[in-house]
Design a protein around this ligand. Sequence first.
Ligand code: SF4
Length: 200
Amino acid sequence: MTLLNVAEICANTRTLGPGKRFVIWVQGCCFNCPGCVSPDWIPQKQAALIEVKKLAEVILSVPELDGLTVSGGEPMLQAKALSELFVELRQNRDISIICYSGFKLQELRTKNNDNINKILSQIDVLIDGQYIAELNDNQGWRGSSNQVVHFLTSRHQQEAELFLERKRDVEVHLRNDSALMVGVPPQQFKRDFHQALNLS
Ligand code: SF4
């Protein structure tokens, strides 16, 4: 039984890739980018441990789902669980898979790690590189312009403009006692959002 350490999930969003998508944010990152949009998910601690097969079932049960986006946290720190998840999904349905990583693609390739290689062979798009606040150009599905959008398959190649230049938006999903912001936020949005909710 393989477990994925998950910080958050969102079963239905349109703000992190083309179409209707399921999003997983993994817990734990080995980077510490100043201005990271999800600092709570940097600590490498136990969050919600979810069995990979169960998670695949949940994802596949979402009606009319176009794809899965994985962010974090650093997905490659959980390469074994994610590679199994992606294989499980693809064995059942050919959905789109987008993955963010603070590691550069070249770096991932030279690691020569079977699980990372398996991930790279399954995903359609990798958005790589650490977030650099000074290079946040306020557009697209990447956080800063140093990050490269790698189309590893042809699935989303025609939509490159969306990844690079799309006007940013976010969805706010209300939970029992909190609100989850989903998407790459426009500049200043996080501050305004927290102020509006009186969180800071
Ligand atoms: S790599 Fe991503 S999750 Fe990790 S610290 Fe940087 S911005 Fe945050």
